[in-house]
Write a protein that binds this ligand. Structure first.
Ligand code: AMP
Length: 298
């Protein structure tokens, strides 16, 4: 293994000391939390963090508390050596990679839950998932106390919940939302794409194609949610390997369903390709100084 310039930190006490030292030197700490199996989506968060901050700290922690009993924790890809090399090459200064027992020692009993927002959409399909996410992210933010923490818009509901938690609990970290990184055929990068068979991988582009159809509908003047949903369903129905889990058009702040698009909104899509569940979304916001047109983030 080539020499790594990155420092790998395994304990909470050392991570705290390391971060405290950087803060005492008035440096701007950036933090990129991940579960490993890193791809270009993760590295784009690092790149953005490097623009704003020095040092940049990443974490790899496969958080057992955000996986349901029937979910894929056991088979989730674990590629620590390759991950640490990628982070090192990307210029990350330190990698926090604790064992599960370090984060959740026996006797652990405290959870944080963002009410309401956690129970819908991903939260309904994956009961308990967001309680696990917000609990671990709160712990990580408390340990590192970064000035900025970077999250992907791919997990739109997740970053909305985390922003709410940071606001509600007065944490001194600014949450930065970064765009979705996609393959050249439109599939959003995800560690779970590794589960797809060749056939499913081809079929998986249907999520992006369906959202692109919705974007085109909006461009040509459609604002009505039902019409947008049927445009999406038309595309999804052309792909027999894809089974929709949910499809909702929601307000970007409340994550409550809307009947018409007029404010910043998300079209959120989750679908099964075989046994693999993938999510994707289209973010839309009104163009400034023009109440007719929208800006699209796909
Ligand atoms: P994960 O390792 O799946 O927990 O993801 C760690 C971070 O990377 C989260 O903030 C994700 O939203 C973000 N992320 C994952 N996939 C992408 C992607 N394709 N584009 C941008 N960010 C992503």
């Amino acid at each position: 293994m080539p020499n790594l310039s990155i420092e790998i930190i395994r304990t909470i006490s050392w991570m705290k000391q390391h971060a405290r030292q950087a803060r005492s030197e008035s440096r701007i700490l950036g933090f990129v939390p991940t579960m490993g199996a890193l791809h270009a989506g993760h590295l784009a968060l690092v790149e953005r963090a490097k623009c704003d901050c020095s040092p940049v700290i990443a974490s790899i922690f496969l958080n057992p508390k955000q996986f349901g009993p029937k979910e894929d924790l056991a088979k989730y890809p674990r590629t620590f050596r390759a991950d640490s090399q990628k982070l090192s090459s990307a210029g990350v200064d330190a990698l926090f990679a604790p064992e599960a027992a370090e984060i959740y020692p026996s006797g652990f009993r405290t959870y944080v839950n963002v009410e309401g927002l956690s129970d819908r959409l991903e939260g309904r399909s994956r009961p308990g998932h967001f309680r696990g996410v917000t609990t671990v992210v709160l712990k990580l933010l408390e340990i590192v106390q970064p000035h900025f923490a970077y999250f992907g818009r791919k997990d739109a509901q997740q970053v909305r919940l985390i922003s709410q938690m940071v606001r509600d609990l007065n944490l001194d970290t600014e949450i930065v939302v970064c765009p979705i990184v996609r393959e050249s055929d439109g599939l959003a990068l995800s560690s779970r794409n590794a589960y797809l068979t060749t056939e499913e991988r081809k079929a998986a582009t249907v999520l992006h194609r369906a959202l692109a159809a919705a974007r085109d509908e909006i461009r040509s003047g459609t604002r009505d949610t039902l019409q947008l949903q049927s445009a999406i369903q038309r595309v999804l129905s052309t792909e027999p390997l894809a089974a929709m889990d949910y499809l909702e058009v929601v307000d970007a702040e409340s994550f409550e369903p809307v009947t018409r698009i007029s404010r910043p909104s998300y079209i959120l899509l989750a679908a099964f390709l075989g046994k693999t569940r993938l999510i994707d979304n289209l973010y839309i916001e009104p163009a400034p100084a023009d109440n007719e047109s929208f800006i699209y983030y796909l």
